[in-house]
Design a protein around this ligand. Structure first.
Ligand code: AGP
Length: 584
């Protein structure tokens, strides 16, 4: 979680680090900090809370570090915010990850006379570096030896008061090197430096970079120099900016007019290749977390209806319980926007341990998941900055739908269906925007929302509930239509908002469930292609058969957004959340 940045620039390194950090704010926003050179020493600025819009730094040439935190070790305080300094204040470090043997290392360092000012595990790193430099090691070698002592995960950037170089390294947490004309970056994610660098080097686990006049790469474990490929990113800086929109959530939600279609415009052969892997597999598992998991749940229905095939859907965090059922011929399809979600990476490692094949459906190029997979289908959604998944969800649904149709030998039909949904998405977004705003104003003080759907619309109810609760902090629960009456209907009272997802196929039964809620005083919000006398409020969403989930979620994404705005909450950065959940 946490976003880290290291910058090496001819001038204004501190301001550049801050600007880069601003673009990583979605990765964590409990507290932040910047370290930069002030003469011969290192100046550190730390604050709790979200990053301000801008900040001016008096000095800071050469090297600078920046960090935005999502707390794991220690409370949200200035002392616990990064960067952390060594005892002699010559070394500063920013870190994303968890040091599992930090207690042991802390005792070791205390035994050598070191003291600690924070409750974090990170503070160990600059002090280990100081220790090794005190023993005569170079800065780079001292970082390497320190990292060799660490068990756990890290993306780390270190600077030294007396050096014009940065050292960056990764193991288990994302880190990418950006090579600009006049600057070099190390950052958790590419949007951080898109305005300065489009040439990138993705670090693998146990790799480190020495960033000075040029970038050199080394193996952390052996110290051996490495040749690394330089790649070109195809994201633009505009894609990583809000533009005319007040929030990234609204911008990204609106981009679905284009991204759904882009999702199925894949390089020649990849969809066919993956569909034949699906057909030939001995058991297929779809794994993901949160919204991506909901896309997987949808795929179970789609594969059953379209490809007449059973697939298993498992929460990535629970996947290890299925290990003994994995064989060489098993296929695991990992779905993830970021490609960095720790639970998903863990599931994939479980699969690889059993020699099963892995396909990933990912949005972020070069992410860890892409490098662990046998095949990757890119979602082509462009950067998704808002913590909430919106456009990535509908892209995932589009790809999964197409795969099912190709497995069924109905490629053309699959493409036509996604394209129909993509074309209609514009209409649904436009027609739902004003009503969603009006409804949000009316329902902003609600205590609970219940959402129901049957069949393909059931995962839409799960995803709709997640959208509402994570951004508006209103309790919301999604159910399969018939399930509510097995207990939760006891909570339904006069005026409680209940969202009913209805389709041509499910209408008769879901309406009888809606009637059960209405009889208990519920305020019924219908998502349907046809009005109904049971609906107190109605969002018209065209019927597109198996592509219904792509369109049905759009009004609820809009409603969730407006609920947050009505409650004066920041939809892009809901409390306690971070975009990439890189801890298990
Ligand atoms: C939902 O809006 C969240 N962004 C979250 O549930 C997310 O889908 C989950 O953390 C998985 O992330 P991933 O797709 O990057 O793996």
């Amino acid at each position: 979680m946490c976003g880290i940045v290291g910058v090496l620039a001819e001038k204004n390194a501190a301001s550049m680090a801050f600007a880069a950090l601003k673009r990583l704010e979605y990765r964590g926003y409990d507290s932040w900090g910047v370290a930069f050179k002030g003469g011969k020493s290192i100046e550190v600025l730390k604050k709790t809370g979200k990053l301000p819009e801008s900040f001016s730094f008096q000095a800071g040439s050469g090297t600078a570090l920046a960090h935005t935190r999502w707390a794991t070790h220690g409370k949200v305080t200035e002392a616990n915010a990064h960067p952390h300094l060594s005892n002699d204040k010559t070394i500063a470090v920013v870190h994303n990850g968890i040091i599992e043997n930090h207690e042991e290392l802390k005792h070791f360092l205390e035994g050598k006379g070191f003291s600690f000012n924070s409750e974090t595990d990170t503070e160990i790193i600059p002090n280990l570096i100081q220790l090794f430099m005190g023993e005569g090691q170079s800065f780079k070698e001292a970082v390497r030896l320190s990292l060799k002592k660490i068990d756990g995960s890290y993306a780390v950037v270190a600077m030294h008061a007396g050096e014009r170089e940065l050292v960056a390294a990764r193991n288990g947490s994302p880190l990418v090197i950006g090579l600009g004309k006049h600057s070099i970056f190390a950052a958790s994610d590419v949007p951080a430096f898109l305005d300065h660098a489009k040439k990138v080097v993705y670090l693998n686990d146990f790799e480190m970079a020495l960033l000075g006049k040029k970038a050199e790469f080394f193996d952390v474990l052996t110290g051996k120099q490495l040749e690394k490929d330089v790649e070109e990113v195809n994201w633009s800086i505009e894609q990583a900016q809000k533009g005319e929109f007040p929030h990234f959530m609204l911008k990204e939600l609106n981009e679905q007019r284009f991204t759904i279609k882009k999702a199925v415009q894949q390089p020649k052969g990849i969809i066919e290749k993956v569909s034949s892997m699906i057909k030939n597999a001995k058991g297929v598992f779809f794994v993901g977390c949160g919204t991506s998991y909901h896309a997987c749940v949808s795929s179970a229905y789609i594969f059953s209806h379209v490809a007449k095939m059973h697939v298993n859907v498992v929460l990535a965090s629970e996947f290890r319980n299925y290990e003994e059922f994995l064989e060489k011929e098993t296929l695991v399809i990992a779905v993830s926007q970021s490609g960095e979600t720790a639970d998903v990476l863990d599931a994939v490692k479980t699969a690889k341990k059993r020699s099963s094949k892995v396909v990933s459906i990912v949005n972020v190029m070069g992410s860890s998941l892409t490098r662990l997979s046998d095949e990757t289908i890119m979602m082509n959604s462009g950067p998704e900055i808002c913590v909430l998944s919106t456009k990535s969800y509908t892209s995932q649904l589009a790809i999964l739908l197409l795969l099912a149709y190709v497995v069924a030998g109905k490629q053309v039909e699959g493409h036509e269906l996604v394209e129909k949904a993509a074309a209609l998405s514009q209409k649904v977004i436009d027609e739902s925007s004003a009503p969603a705003k009006e409804l949000a104003a009316r329902l902003k003080n609600s205590r609970d929302f219940f959402l129901i759907g049957r069949d393909l619309a059931f995962p839409s109810a799960l995803e709709g509930a997640l959208k509402i609760k994570e951004v508006s902090y209103i309790h919301a629960e999604g159910f399969a239509g018939a399930e509510l009456k097995h207990g939760t209907i006891a909570l339904v009272e006069e005026g409680i908002p209940c969202i009913v997802f209805s389709t041509d196929q499910t209408r008769p039964l879901i309406m009888s469930n809606a009637q059960e809620l209405k009889s208990r005083g519920a305020f019924i919000i219908g998502i349907d292609s046809k009005p109904n006398k049971l609906f107190d409020y109605f969002f018209r969403v065209e019927e597109v058969g198996n592509a219904n989930p792509i369109l049905m979620i759009l009004p609820i994404q809009l409603l969730a957004y407006h609920l947050a705005v009505e409650k004066k909450l920041d939809p892009d950065k809901p409390r306690n959340l971070a975009k990439s959940v890189t801890v298990k």
